[in-house]
Design a binder for this molecule. Sequence first.
Ligand SMILES: Cc1cc2nc3c(=O)[nH]c(=O)nc-3n(C[C@H](O)[C@H](O)[C@H](O)COP(=O)(O)OP(=O)(O)OC[C@H]3O[C@@H](n4cnc5c(N)ncnc54)[C@H](O)[C@@H]3O)c2cc1C
Length: 387
Amino acid sequence: MSESVEYVVVGLGALGSAAAYHLARGGASVLGLERFALGHERGASHDTSRILRHSYHTPGYVALTHDAYDDWAQLEQDSGQLLVTKVGGLDLFPPGGAIPRTDYTASMAARGVTFDELDREQVAARWPQLALPEGTVAVHQERASIVPAARGTRVLQQRAQAHGAVLRDRSPVTAVRDLAERGVEVDTDGTTYRCRRLIVCVDAWSNDVLSGLGHRVPLTVTLEQVTYFRPDLAERFAPGRLPLWIWMDDPCYYGFPSYGEATVKAAQDCGGPTVSPDERSFDADPAMRDRLAEFMARTLPGSGPPVRSVRCLYTLVPDRDFVLGPVPGHEAVLVGLGAAHGFKFAPTLGRLLAERAVGTEPGSDLGPFRLDRPALIEPDCASRWLV
Ligand SMILES: Cc1cc2nc3c(=O)[nH]c(=O)nc-3n(C[C@H](O)[C@H](O)[C@H](O)COP(=O)(O)OP(=O)(O)OC[C@H]3O[C@@H](n4cnc5c(N)ncnc54)[C@H](O)[C@@H]3O)c2cc1C
């Protein structure tokens, strides 16, 4: 069977759902195709929470965070739901740490974002839950927030449908063909769709879907783990009492105040093994949990014992910058990939992809995220994931 539709979006995690939402909101006819059930937990957009922050390592990213806050606010207005919980954020730079503080402070200053630099004693006075080594400097940015992962993705899907998008789950895309002026053909089980533009947001599975176009993105998929800890005095870890925090070193850890339950969530960034997205485990990894628990016992001594862990996929490119734009030689096929830090930007990346698809000049420069940038085409480009 074959059907024609103006725009097809493949993959309905946070990015694809946002692209479908912005296309539909703009009045376009759009079909979203998802391989698993909507809301599944096999990719990167599930679980409770994600960090939204201004503190980033380049002025370009800091500028994009302003758009992210605006696009989340627009989604809150459109959905009538509160999605952004402001709790403040601390970037913790230990002495001799692997991540330079000035990357962050200079980038925020360059883009008009205010922040405070605090020493260990000042942190201890405000947040006695944190036990930091001598010489640690903290950069506090008061607007850092929590956004809901699974619920945020669901809201994007619901609003896309409310604006007229058709979302079909359990519809794996098995092949893509670029027919030039005749459009793009997309095969799923039993049905072929013809569309004017195709948006591919399938993260860890990107090379499976793009293989028909003869293009490969150098991806590394890792199986990450977040763990929830149960403090004795949960109120000490509530929003307003404890901010978000990121330990800016190698290994890099990050954590949240409690969010909808009397636990605190934490994880290591890029701490998981490399996997294939279809042959990965869902079981908790005791070694990853124990490594994190040791760090938590040292740094947030009252955070209590680990009570549960959740697995989730990171999809990394060598420079850990987004992938956003057309497949080289296939202008009608756009790719969106968040490089394992894309959730906070999902409403924005979805909007930029939609703008590009309908031919509106995207509101931001997508140049740094091109698929034919050196880091994505030079063989053996060294990975730089610690940002
Ligand atoms: C543990 C963890 C913590 C994170 N923390 C943060 C954070 O604090 N802040 C932040 O900004 N980001 C964070 N991220 C990154 C962020 O969650 C991801 O960048 C983002 O969710 C990626 O969304 P996506 O829609 O691109 O991918 P996914 O959610 O994986 O969606 C891709 C979709 O494509 C579908 N698909 C695959 N193949 C096909 C096919 N052939 N046909 C149809 N559909 C297909 C999949 O089923 C899936 O639903 C974190 C990620 C993890 C794992």
